[in-house]
Ligand binder design. Structure first.
Ligand SMILES: Nc1ncnc2c1ncn2[C@@H]1O[C@H](COP(=O)(O)OP(=O)(O)OP(=O)(O)O)[C@@H](O)[C@H]1O
Ligand SMILES: [Mg+2]
Length: 148
């Protein structure tokens, strides 16, 4: 048996929306049987990507939107979660982002979002389409489990 879910959401560039997405992620992942640790790590990765899109990408501009696409495939053998987050910002150079593990950055309270995403997801990539903005792709293999 194989199950396939897709969630697509466009939202205003406001931190208030992060809570809504957290609830949606928790509900979807809980529905397919992910345990609490996996649910919170996956929801956190999505939250960090969205927070970056809202703050650094769209700079909280009311007229710009952030979009999220979540694709989840489940079979009895394996599962996979794919996330895409897009904003309408100016993009950035991922290679120029300061290393949060460098000694001079260890005490800084910010700069760890991408590190968290990379640590938990199997793959994190950034794309910068000619039309503008940042596209973040993340992928995570999930353990096989009995589908709902
Ligand atoms: N969507 C984006 N658009 C523009 N710049 C971005 C985007 N995502 C990340 N960045 C840049 O990459 C940097 C590192 O992002 P990261 O999430 O690791 O840390 P942070 O957002 O600065 O702090 P934290 O996430 O820990 O609160 C950001 O400071 C920003 O300069
Ligand atoms: Mg961040």
């Amino acid at each position: 048996m194989s199950l396939w879910y897709q969630l697509r959401l466009a939202m205003p560039s406001r931190f208030e929306e992060l809570e809504l997405v957290d609830s949606l992620m928790e509900a979807l992942l809980g529905h397919v049987g992910c345990d609490e640790d996996e649910r919170s790590n996956l929801a956190l990765s999505v939250r960090e990507a969205l927070a970056n899109a809202v703050l650094h990408g769209n700079r909280l501009a009311a007229d710009k939107s952030v979009s999220l696409e979540v694709t989840l495939e489940m079979t009895l053998e394996a599962g996979e979660l794919r996330i895409q987050v897009a904003d309408e910002g100016a993009g950035f150079d991922p290679d120029a982002v300061p290393d949060p593990l460098a000694p001079e950055n260890l005490l800084k309270p910010t700069g760890r979002g991408i590190l968290l995403m990379r640590n938990f997801m199997d793959e994190v990539t950034f794309e910068f389409p000619n039309s503008g903005g940042t596209l973040v792709f993340m992928r995570k293999s999930l353990a096989a489990r009995t589908p709902p």
